[in-house]
Design a protein around this ligand. Sequence first.
Ligand code: T3D
Length: 274
Amino acid sequence: MNDVADVGNGEAGYAQIRFSLRRCVGRITLNRPERLNSFTEAMHAELARALDTLEACEGLRGLIVTGAGRGFCAGQDLSERKPPAAGERRDLSVGLETRYRPLILRLRALPVPVVCVLNGVAAGAGASLALACDVIYAVESARFVQAFSKIGLLPDAGGTWFLPRLVGSARAMGAALFGESVSARQAEAWGLIWRAVPDEALAATLAEIEATLAAGPTRAYAAAKQALHASSGNTLAQQFDLETRLQRELGYTDDYLEGMRAFAEKRPPAFTGT
Ligand code: T3D
């Protein structure tokens, strides 16, 4: 399997995100720190282009999503929206349909683990972006804010789908209605995220996740992701069918053979992702 060359920002024309592919693991860093990495149309276009590259990458083994500076993402850049004139009515569906929906659905559909590393606050659609990822790590100073109600909106970009599934309806409702901050530690206790880590461990966490994904059993990860995502819409019997089909496919992979050999030889496995 070929590795994929780094994609430097300058040469690839990225300005509002940084995008790289190292050892077949993509990394997207939202990069408008002065506005807490809030979404603009230009950022959406760059994210779409990065996803084009990731979807076309045959040897892809994972994706990490994080942010530059003290915030992860503060949702829609509200300065892109002029304050409404008296009596004006706005159709907010267009941006959701044309930008947020494809972004979230494409991330969910990537056939590799998508790991979010929250470097700071995730608010509005920025929280939904984090929740769309398969696994979330967060530094202890990070927090989630369902900021939507503060501007008279409901959680969007998938927020009302992700929240109750992850934390149950009582917590989802409280967070959505009142828009209070949920700290990383609280989010960990609720099961909203996988793990909170000390702030000073951010760089080490990113490096560790990259190394884990680059050396992992990628097809097993993909199958687990597919099965877990499908589970909420399946009966137990349907889930058995899916697990059986996926496990049969995994039984034919190089990584299964390697895993079994490594177990027998009492050594760590050297997975190739095939
Ligand atoms: O319109 C549509 O398309 C509908 C779709 C909506 C999707 C959505 O995401 S709606 C929700 C939009 N987001 C928000 O309402 C969050 C707004 N921001 C905040 O509530 C707070 O900034 C935070 C809780 C995220 C962080 O608070 P804090 O105290 O740590 O930082 P801060 O001082 O408020 O913000 C720092 C700077 O970032 C500040 O600029 P300044 O004063 O230094 O020049 C602030 O204005 C700016 N900023 C923060 N969030 C946004 C933003 N600028 C533009 N858009 C933002 N969303």
